[in-house]
Ligand binder design. Structure first.
Ligand code: GAL
Length: 837
């Protein structure tokens, strides 16, 4: 124990430089100790001892770990648990404790802990004294440690989380699942999220940046000083470049223990504009002086861009119409659960961008701050969302129980945290809230007003369900821009939009589809097995609508700004249409042989439709593992019309369907497609107005080759084929990069396919695959995109699903021995992936 404390002291002394004037922000993620009480993973209950926050609590036997940590993703999946939260044991009471020291030289400083999010009902103590907390698990929050810091001694932060009293409609995760930082400042410093940069004037020649600065004086005496602001260029790697503007000294006079707000305008010549292709950013650097000593330097990235939501020309970015081709996404990272990881998040956003998605809706909660940073850098628009309900709940213990006391603080948190990001274009206060039917409650208006207390440069909105009512009953006048869920598909087709736009009193209103489609499919399934949905992209729940319906509505009413499809990625939980949880089937075992697995499958087929093993959604355009479904190409054909592309579905491996009708669909950015089966033309089809796919519904299956040639404006545009393959004989592995940083965060994603003797991917092969690794790395998780697979994600063994398998590899922090990942399956030639540091 002594040794551990000594080590902690040594580490923090390294961090704890006591130089005047430099705010220090240190990573506080490492070396926590964790214990779980209340509900356990197996459903048993472990009584929670009293006073675990006490300074002297013996935590030596607790599990050591780093955060971000999601205790629930560790599983196991339990068939008796609810499908809508992913059949994972997320409910429980988690305690985290972390020891650290602070140098006696820092006695006059302030110490804060910043939590990006802790799920849920966080309570935080320092040395046994309560310092704060936050019930809403998605909110970022700060606690002030200063009054209770023990200088030169062991300090203990204790965090208690309770997810048993948290309601969710999807998988929320559990634990300190986002980053934590220790912030050390002088007593006079920029307040938390205390800089707000707006850009009131942007021309080709110059732009004005208005910088509002909030400064705290924690001294018990008045302070006279000044601050300055400098603006620098900022590159894609966050490296500060040329200084482009600066202020002279701005005097400040602060009373004892008070806060002052001041603002200043700066002129930037020939500004580089932020847009989706050129993600130019700047850094506003605020320096605060206490008398004449530099007390704080605070940096805020921002961008110059304008946004407008119009009534009849949609959304304008920098004056140009940009259709919102967006997707809604929950916050989980698939097999990694809710624990945020920048590399995994970046991969998700890269995949979304690869089919033309240009906007994200953070349904239905505040995202990790990394999402906004990545969106700024990668060129994505963000609808930054707060809540899934207001005063009327949807689940026991959901936000309705917190609304009254917390909604203003949570709105302030989100808006002040995120308002400098050029990617953020709207603030969404909610989703499908019951108050939408009762405009007289005025809740929507109130929330719009609260948002505008902190930012008037972006509209407030929310996603309304049943827009045929709520877009017409006056609720739409209580927001700045009206979001409508499933407006095209459910409420009489495209004409509804016309009604909305043409209604008297709506002349100033702008609308968009805040949620669309909800089409369901399992990747690679065409004549689906039990608990799967076919991938012809024709299945939607009663409240949804096919992608094509939304496209038609948007084409008919270009005044509408665009859509956010439900969803970009499959997510944990809400496995519609298999939401029932009555099954008692045992969990799959990772050690299963092919034969045993086959037996399990047969058993699955025998059980009733109301006994599903499904634990993740079918809504994604991309599956949980990040593999594109067919719909990926349907959206790509629309969202990247200038990129030559043609895609055929299904695959052509149906030995049992010889002579049977097997529909063939083609998605293409071309306007005419000709389909060939074994060299024989099945005819040319031309895309008619309001048609978005090319269909050959009565193709009679014969093995061989299907070929599609697409034309655009009379010219050949793209060509593709699918061929019947032989049996799988080998594994083929492709890593998304060959080098990994040994920083404990970087990840390599390895996609494994099964190939036949000629190297062609076999789309139906599902052998059990095992991974093993040598060198300084670990296999963090595996996945296959199968929403019914109940093997814990950390297992290195699982079957492929429709020909694909994913392994996620991490390097040990500080490691240097190259990693070799070996991927094997019985009777198949293995694959090897080498990764260096
Ligand atoms: C919507 C809801 C989403 C999700 C979706 C599934 O009505 O807003 O959160 O549940 O349905 O189709």
């Amino acid at each position: 124990m002594k040794q551990i404390i000594f080590f902690a002291i040594a580490c923090l002394d390294l961090l704890g430089l006591s130089a005047w004037g430099q705010r220090e922000v240190s990573n506080f993620d490492r070396d926590w100790r964790f214990a779980r009480f209340g509900l356990q993973a197996d459903g048993a209950r472990l009584p929670e001892p009293d006073s675990l926050e006490a300074y002297g609590t013996d935590d030596t036997g607790w599990r050591k770990l780093d955060v971000p940590h999601d205790w629930a993703i560790e599983g196991p999946f339990r068939i008796d648990l609810e499908g809508f939260t992913g059949k994972l044991p997320w409910k429980g009471i988690g305690w985290y404790r972390k020891h650290f020291t602070v140098s006696v030289k820092d006695k006059k400083k302030r110490f804060y802990l910043d939590f990006d999010g802790a799920m849920a009902n966080a309570e935080v103590w320092l040395n046994g004294q309560k310092v704060g907390g936050r019930p809403f698990g998605y909110s970022s929050f700060r606690v002030d440690l200063t009054p209770y810091v023990r200088f030169g001694e062991d300090n203990v932060v204790a965090v208690r989380l309770n997810t048993e009293k948290f309601g969710a409609r999807w998988y929320p995760g559990a634990g300190i699942y986002r980053h934590v930082r220790l912030v050390k400042t002088e007593p006079v410093h920029v307040a938390h999220w205390g800089v707000f940069v707006t850009t009131p004037e942007i021309t080709d020649d110059y732009a004005m940046a208005s910088v509002s600065v909030e400064i705290d004086n924690n001294r018990q005496q008045a302070v006279a000083g000044h601050y300055t602001v400098d603006i620098y260029e900022l590159d894609a790697h966050d490296v500060i470049g040329k200084r482009v503007a600066s202020t002279s000294k701005r005097p400040i006079a602060l009373n004892a223990a008070s806060t002052v707000v001041d603002s200043v305008s700066l002129r930037v010549e020939s500004p580089k504009i932020w847009d989706l292709e050129h993600t130019n950013r700047y850094m506003a650097c605020v320096s605060v002086y206490d008398k004449n000593k530099l007390a704080d330097v605070y940096e805020t990235p921002f961008g110059f861009r304008t946004i407008q939501f119009t009534h009849d020309n949609g959304f304008l970015l920098n004056g140009k119409r940009v259709p919102i081709n967006g997707t809604c996404n929950h916050h989980d990272l698939g097999a990694l659960g809710a624990a945020v990881n920048r590399v995994a998040l970046e991969r998700q956003l890269r995949i979304l961008k690869s089919f033309g998605c240009n906007a994200l809706r953070t349904s239905h909660n505040p995202p990790a701050p990394e999402l906004l940073e990545l969106a700024d850098k990668m060129g994505l628009l963000v609808m930054d969302e707060l809540f899934d309900c207001w005063t009327v709940g949807k689940q026991e213990n959901d936000y309705s129980t917190l609304f009254e006391k917390w909604h203003e603080k949570d709105i302030e948190m989100l808006v002040c945290r995120d308002r400098n990001h050029p990617s953020v274009i709207m603030w969404s206060t909610g989703n499908e809230v019951y108050e939408q039917y009762k405009p007289e409650t005025g809740v929507a208006r109130h929330l719009t007003e609260v948002v505008h207390r902190f930012d008037t440069t972006r509209p407030a909105t929310f996603g309304a369900s049943y827009p045929s009512k709520s877009a017409m009953n006056g609720t739409e006048l209580q927001v700045d821009v009206h979001g409508m869920n499933y407006a095209a598909g459910v409420y009489g087709g495209p004409d509804f939009y016309g009604e909305f736009l043409n209604k008297k009193g709506h002349e100033h209103l702008s609308g968009y589809s805040s949620e669309s489609s909800s089409t369901m499919s399992s990747r690679g399934e065409y004549f689906p097995r039990k608990f799967h949905v076919d991938s012809y992209d024709l299945t939607e729940p009663g409240w949804g609508g096919l992608p094509d319906w939304e496209f038609a509505a948007l084409d008919k009413y270009p005044g509408i700004c665009g859509e956010f499809v439900w969803t970009g990625f499959d997510y944990l939980g809400e496995p519609t249409p298999f939401n029932s949880d009555a099954s008692v089937l045992l969990n799959h075992s990772a050690a299963m042989t092919e034969e045993e697995l086959q037996k399990q499958r047969e058993e699955l087929v025998r059980i009733e439709r109301n006994r599903p093993t499904s634990r993740s959604s079918y809504f994604g355009i991309v599956d949980l593992a990040g593999f594109p479904k067919d719909r990926y190409y349907l959206y790509k054909s629309r969202w990247m019309p200038d990129t030559p592309m043609v895609h055929i579905l299904p695959h052509w491996n149906f030995p049992d369907r010889v002579g049977e009708v097997t529909p063939v669909f083609v998605y293409s950015s071309g306007d005419v497609v000709e389909l060939f089966l074994n060299g024989k033309s099945l005819g040319k089809k031309e895309r008619k107005p309001y048609e978005y796919r090319f269909r050959w519904d009565s193709v009679v299956y014969e093995p061989g080759e299907l070929k599609a040639i697409a034309y655009k404006q009379g010219r050949k545009w793209a060509e593709t084929f699918v061929r019947t393959t032989g049996q799988a004989v080998a594994l083929k592995a492709v890593a998304d990069k060959k080098r990994i940083k040994a920083d404990g965060e970087d990840l390599v994603f390895v996609t494994v396919s099964l190939v036949d003797r000629e190297g062609r991917a076999v789309p139906t092969a599902e052998p059990v695959i095992s991974c093993s690794l040598t060198g300084d790395g670990e296999i963090v998780a595996t996945d296959n995109g199968d929403p019914t697979c109940l093997i814990t994600f950390s297992e290195p063994t699982r079957p492929a699903f429709n020909g694909l398998f994913l392994a996620i590899v991490k390097a040990k922090r500080g490691g240097h021995k190259p990693i070799r990942l070996t991927i094997e399956s019985k009777d198949l030639e293995k694959a090897v992936v080498d990764i260096t540091m």
